[in-house]
Design a protein. Structure first.
Length: 366
């Protein structure tokens, strides 16, 4: 009886730990492969080693396919790259004949698809999927996909505390969290959102795949903390971005501080594809929230320190001050029950930071 109870307890723990799991998403892999043979640099890192070679061998005969030309044109004319093809992938549905159909609404896609004939694009992608026998390739590699998902589940997910978000933000997410692996995405990780007609919105963490060792282990096994941070990062966006979304009251209140901050860092942020003030504010808060997550979940002090240093190295030099502000928020939850209620204090921090930097610049040139 004791063994049975112990076993049931273990099952309950496992069910709680793995409430969210990486899943196979064929349209994500289809669009990744199409971007790969279309010459998108970010889908050609080759970090998947043997798998990348197998993709090349199978799909190279279709490099002149109509869908390839369309993707190249979309990249050149609309900047459709990086996470934008993943945005489209989430709205593609596999058909019994091996093709795909578009399952979203006209306004569902990333803004880089504005003005694009999605029906025509989907038709070309569908033809590519059928003619290249994509689904046959996908099914043949299912054991490989399953093994990589298992490595992610066993190495990264035990460290992921999904319940932290509700406690930290004081609200529950309006979206469902989902994880998928992008086997050709290399070192890039994306966080697109999907809202199917009549359904709850879903936020995806599409994790890149990097094979590190000759025995088949991945970087999920070799460097699980890195992927934990990425996972925590992507899901933080779900609680933060909408607060200063288009038309929101907080957006206008944040604009002055945000524009001032962006003026100080636009070059280094532009190199990272953060090309406007709102994105920089959101990224700043998400990255600082990750630090709070690490502290709250018992990360060693040296690991937390290194995480802060990592943000400083990529231009988010105000991270220490911002983390300090968020820790203050956590100590004053009786006054600020939600993250949104504390946001005016965050605006004040950015206003003060920008003013101090400008004063230092003025002093230097006098």
């Amino acid at each position: 009886m004791k063994r049975l109870i112990a076993a049931l307890c273990m099952l309950c723990i496992a069910a709680e730990t793995y409430a969210i799991k990486p899943e196979l998403h064929a349209p994500i892999e289809l669009m990744s492969i199409l971007c790969n043979i279309s010459g998108y640099e970010e889908y050609n890192h080759g970090y998947g080693r043997e798998y990348c070679d197998e993709v090349t061998e199978w799909f190279a005969p279709y490099k002149n396919h109509r869908a390839v030309g369309i993707m190249q044109q979309l990249r050149d004319s609309n900047g459709v790259g990086y996470d934008a093809p993943m945005s489209l992938a989430l709205y593609l549905r596999l058909l019994p004949d091996g093709g795909v159909e578009y399952a979203g609404e006209e306004h569902s896609l990333d803004e880089r698809f504005e003005g694009v004939d999605i029906e025509a694009v989907t038709q070309a992608v569908s033809e590519f999927a059928r003619e290249s026998r994509f689904y046959e390739f996908f099914e043949a590699h299912r054991p490989f996909y399953d093994d990589i998902c298992r490595q992610f589940t066993e190495s990264v997910l035990p460290r992921f505390n999904e319940k932290w978000y509700g406690g930290f933000y004081g609200t529950e997410a309006d979206e469902t969290f989902r994880i998928a692996i992008g086997f050709l995405n290399g070192g890039n990780n994306y966080g697109p959102k999907r809202t199917l007609p009549g359904q709850k919105s879903e936020v995806f963490a599409i994790m890149g795949y990097v094979k590190r060792t000759s025995d088949g282990r991945t970087s999920y096994v070799a460097q699980p903390d890195i992927y934990l941070n990425i996972l925590v990062h992507e899901f933080n966006h779900s609680f933060i971005n909408h607060l200063i979304g288009e038309g929101s009251e907080l957006r206008e209140k944040t604009r002055h501080a945000g524009e001032g901050l962006f003026d100080l860092c636009s070059q280094i942020m532009g190199w990272q594809a953060y090309d406007n003030w709102a994105t920089v504010i959101n990224e700043s808060l998400v990255r600082a929230a990750v630090i709070c997550y690490l502290i709250d979940n018992g990360a060693p002090a040296e690991s937390v320190r290194e995480a802060v240093m990592d943000e400083i190295r990529v231009g988010f030099v105000w991270t220490p001050e911002l983390v300090g502000k968020l820790r203050q928020y956590q100590r004053q939850r009786d006054l600020y029950p939600t993250f949104e209620s504390y946001y005016p204090q965050i605006i004040d921090l950015f206003e003060s930071y920008v003013a101090a930097r400008r004063a230092a610049i003025d002093a230097a040139v006098m």
